[in-house]
Ligand binder design. Sequence first.
Ligand SMILES: Cc1cc2nc3c(=O)[nH]c(=O)nc-3n(C[C@H](O)[C@H](O)[C@H](O)COP(=O)(O)OP(=O)(O)OC[C@H]3O[C@@H](n4cnc5c(N)ncnc54)[C@H](O)[C@@H]3O)c2cc1C
Length: 383
Amino acid sequence: MVDVEVKEQLIETIRRWIQREVLPRASQLEHADEYPEAWVEQMKEFGLFGAKIPVEYGGFGLDTLTYARLIEELAYGWMTLSGVVNTHTIVANLISTYGSEEQKATWLPRLALGEPRAAFSLSEPDSGSDTRSLRCRAERDGDSYIISGTKTWVTNGERAGLVALAARTPEGVTCFLVEKEPGPRSGGITVSKRIDKLGYKGIETVEMSYEDHRVSADAVLGGPKGLGVGLNYILASLELGRINVASRAVGVARAALDAAFSYAEERETFGVPIIKHQAIAFKIADMATKVEASRLLVRSAAEKYDRGERADVEAGMAKLFASETALEVATEAMRIHGGYGYTRDFPVERYFRDAPLMIIGEGTNEIQKIVITRGLQSRRHSS
Ligand SMILES: Cc1cc2nc3c(=O)[nH]c(=O)nc-3n(C[C@H](O)[C@H](O)[C@H](O)COP(=O)(O)OP(=O)(O)OC[C@H]3O[C@@H](n4cnc5c(N)ncnc54)[C@H](O)[C@@H]3O)c2cc1C
């Protein structure tokens, strides 16, 4: 276990790095849709790719609350940086929770170093919320499986060297650990489309086609016992993904709030700074209260997750509330900036374009509401 002082130091290091290096240039890279190569290298050096990987496999073995605070700091600077870490951490978590001893020994020490980086591939063009309708297939052929199908929305997919892929086998949905070369083509895998997004720029989100791509039977996550239960593994691991998305939302919302606060103290109309107008002061109060409430929901979910308890409801609530807050706070920050908020001269337009991703990613907020109510019902009836 990492001691408190080391954790606080790590968070402070990231906070200072974000202020010094990232904030001054984030909008420039974002507008150019440029991958933040140098910053990703720096994140490797900080050890962020091993944040949740157990110490015995070379990671930091951080608790989820500390991880959530780190993600908040990254997203405060640029939401994309937290996205580079997210799919990687979901995959590392899948392996450390469900992987065979051999899979853990093979992958975790390398993932802790951030080389290779990992992508997570569940969604398909006709299967998003309805995960059970996925069509990608893996057919057994001797000691191998042959994978065919199209996956989409694969964030980090092109640069990844490892993809946790959900595919249908005769037993049900199985999760495969697919090793690949980073780049547009590897064996039977092709990046068939780069998706042009509203925000969340700099990081690639791609469609990937699998044409008779052969993987060893050892690639089944968890070994033979993982056959047909991959979707259970994946859906359970999304709890951590949802805590990540909620933390990102807190980071973006806090950045928007800070920008709005500074602007409201500086900008004068009718002879006073606009923060003196009650309409603006009330907006700031509401925004700050919701950001604080979001952070507390993230804390509650992270602590429950760390206690090893089922945190589906809490992670869903944190993700739902924090992402709706991020969208609202980003919009209000833009309004507080008046016409200037609608320009590229201020970062609020970036927050406004980044915020909606959080209401969709790791399950839309409509789906979160289903998860929350189902979870609450099952708790009511089991107690
Ligand atoms: C930028 C970006 C990055 C992503 N990265 C990844 C990634 O790395 N890996 C990955 O696997 N996926 C990724 N996704 C996919 C994401 O998880 C899906 O987009 C999301 O789950 C929604 O699926 P869909 O887009 O097919 O929408 P649909 O499922 O078609 O939903 C359309 C609308 O219907 C609503 N809806 C659907 N079903 C119900 C229901 N039962 N009740 C009420 N409302 C419902 C939805 O909430 C939504 O409003 C990413 C998405 C985006 C936008």
